[in-house]
Design a protein around this ligand. Structure first.
Ligand SMILES: [Zn+2]
Length: 198
């Protein structure tokens, strides 16, 4: 039961992650999170929560205590949206570079995009976020086995390591029916869970 999952919302009620029941209870005991009643959206802090009966997930007994298992918690202070590392793939390099060729600035068809090693591999360039850029077939062929300086082809934008807004994979929310109502709305500006009732 301690390894069961609890949904974590930030202060604006945006789902940001899931955590173990164990961790959720620690956060509540430290006063940095409250338990959310999934039907009434009522928020209970630690003392209130411990005094309450069981939830659909049951109760947890530990060191003489018995407390209801929280299905959803809301953080009292944290309002961010964690950034997640982005996996290094060809497609993600294209995304980072806006599907542009960094040399000529054109937007070719995706099938005409290639990955260019800024410092060519033959000159010790590695395959990494900071040495790989998207380039059209023409520019890549023209640049060939040279550095941008040698080819006199300056980069229009410098490569960087992307950190994209994280948040919870919607598939994780789909896991538990009571979590569905915390799914971000499609309509901008409307966040389910903020308005109780309904
Ligand atoms: Zn180009």
């Amino acid at each position: 039961m301690l390894d069961h999952k609890t949904l974590v919302l930030n202060r604006s009620w945006r789902p940001i992650t899931t955590t173990s029941v164990r961790r959720a209870i620690v956060l509540m005991a430290r006063g940095v999170a409250g338990a959310v009643h999934p039907n009434t959206f009522e928020v209970a802090e630690w003392e209130t929560w411990v005094a309450r009966g069981s939830t659909p997930l049951g109760t947890l007994r530990a060191v003489g205590f018995e407390f209801p298992v929280p299905e959803v918690i809301v953080l009292t202070a944290y309002n961010g949206f964690p950034e997640l590392p982005v996996s290094f793939t060809r497609r993600n390099v294209y995304r980072r570079d806006g599907f542009l060729c960094v040399y000529c600035g054109q937007t070719p068809r995706v099938s005409d995009l290639t990955i260019d090693h800024v410092v060519p591999r033959s000159r010790g360039g590695d395959t990494s976020w900071l040495n790989c850029v998207s380039a059209c077939i023409r520019c890549n062929a023209r640049k060939a086995d040279r550095t941008p300086a040698q080819a006199e082809m300056p980069l229009q934008r410098a490569p960087f390591v992307p950190r994209w807004p994280g948040g919870l994979d919607p598939r994780a929310l789909a896991e538990r029916p009571v979590w569905h109502r915390f799914m971000p709305a499609k309509t901008p500006g409307v966040t389910p869970g903020v308005t109780p009732g309904g």
